[in-house]
Design a protein around this ligand. Structure first.
Ligand code: ADP
Length: 378
């Protein structure tokens, strides 16, 4: 029991004492948990209880044959890697064993190095298979969750729009209802439709980022030319909220290797959040500089701030702060998730510092563009 919990178990089944003893010794030296058995029946019991990562089995044994062991092991767990040990005379049988599901075979006599090589290769293949299966399961679960969530999110505003239109229909039959009352209900419909449009836009962007179809060009981009137009475009929205926008962007040094579309989505998300979650009379300051091979952009606001307990979840899909100050603002909970994906794909990082009631600063760090080697040398 002295083995570390993470050590993988390898079972050796061979009626030859010297063989199973030396295999066990080599495996233990490799940091694996080795268990050895002298016949098929005991070996299979061992497989059922130990749930090993690998079984090394001799084909020629009295009692249950090695071939039979192969099929029974895979009945217990098809992901166990099986390596067959065989004498020269039984190579044909070994080929047959591989055809039946054994991963590889090791002709006798073999050196410790040959055993180590085959064991490492087999274990690596099992890890990869398990990782990809795990990834597939995660993706399926995510898709299921996504579909349920999306349907729910779409239905809520649609139900509201339906109800508002019912009210309007009803008002239409009454002559003494002032025009502004009808206008009110129409405005509510329009607000809900805007919400729906935002949801759909974010979902499509996320699908594009995840599917790798949001263009992945890698060109030299000056972040001044990305950020300044965004700030300009949001001037009116910000002033309607009595929020002022400021830029402190160094000239001629905010170059990154990136995709203009993705960078637009990234800074658009962060700047709209800084406006959305701000207070009347507040400011949003976007500053940028280059330091030690990185372009550092800070999007600082003087808004509501983010309570510490929520910060670990901020970049998770669909996450929205549930406090009153943030709840009043509409959103999808996808903006930061998308932003993080974009930054990671570009080899950068995104972090946040925040104080409730004082404001938040999102830090984006991206590898700076530099002259290609050949150009510098030439
Ligand atoms: P949303 O569409 O809800 O804005 P995001 O993924 O962009 O989705 O942000 C997730 C949550 O993080 C928001 O719901 C909000 O509660 C919080 N948040 C994001 N940016 C800020 C900010 N600058 N200030 C305060 N809270 C923020």
């Amino acid at each position: 029991m002295g083995e570390p919990a993470a050590a993988e178990t390898v079972i050796v089944i061979d009626d030859d004492y010297t063989m199973r003893f030396s295999c066990g010794k080599i495996l233990t030296k490799m940091g694996l948990q080795a268990e050895v058995f002298e016949d098929g029946a005991r070996g299979l019991d061992g497989v059922a209880t130990a749930k090993p990562a690998m079984v090394i089995v001799d084909l020629k044994m009295p009692g249950i044959s090695g071939m039979e062991v192969i099929s029974r092991v895979h009945e217990i767990d098809p992901q166990i890697i099986i390596v067959v040990i065989t004498g020269y005379a039984t190579i044909d049988t070994a080929v047959e064993a591989v055809r039946r599901g054994a991963y590889d075979f090791l002709p006798k006599p073999f050196s410790p190095d040959e055993l180590r090589l085959i064991v490492n290769r087999g274990l690596e293949r099992r890890r990869l298979a398990m990782e990809s299966q795990h990834h597939e399961i995660e993706q399926t679960m995510l898709k299921r969750r996504f579909v349920t969530f999306v349907s729910h999110q779409l239905r809520t505003p649609l139900v509201a729009i339906h109800q508002y239109l019912d009210v309007l229909k009803h008002l239409d039959q009454e002559d003494d209802v002032p025009r502004f009352r009808r206008r009110e209900w129409l405005d509510r419909c329009l607000t809900r439709i805007d919400e729906l449009q935002n949801l759909i836009t974010d979902w499509l962007t996320l699908a594009q980022v995840e599917g790798g179809t949001l263009s992945k060009e890698r060109i030299k981009v000056d972040l001044n030319t990305v950020i300044s137009p965004i700030l300009k475009a949001y001037e009116q929205t910000a002033s309607a909220k009595n929020v002022s926008l400021q830029a402190q962007l160094s000239e001629d040094c905010l170059f990154v290797w990136g995709d203009r579309n993705c960078l637009n989505v990234l800074f658009d998300n962060l700047i709209t959040n800084a406006i959305k979650y701000n207070k009347s009379g507040g400011t949003v300051t976007v500053s940028g500089s280059q330091s030690r091979g990185e372009v550092v952009i800070a999007i600082a606001d003087t808004g509501v701030g983010i309570p510490e307990k929520y910060r670990p979840f901020l970049f998770a899909e669909f996450f929205r702060v549930k406090d009153d100050s943030a709840k009043k603002t509409v959103g999808t909970g996808l903006g930061l998730h998308i932003s993080k994906k974009i930054v990671s794909e570009m080899g950068g990082t995104i972090d946040v510092e925040s104080e409730v009631g004082v404001g938040s600063t999102f830090w984006v760090r991206l590898p700076a563009w530099h002259e290609p080697e050949a150009a510098r040398e030439g």
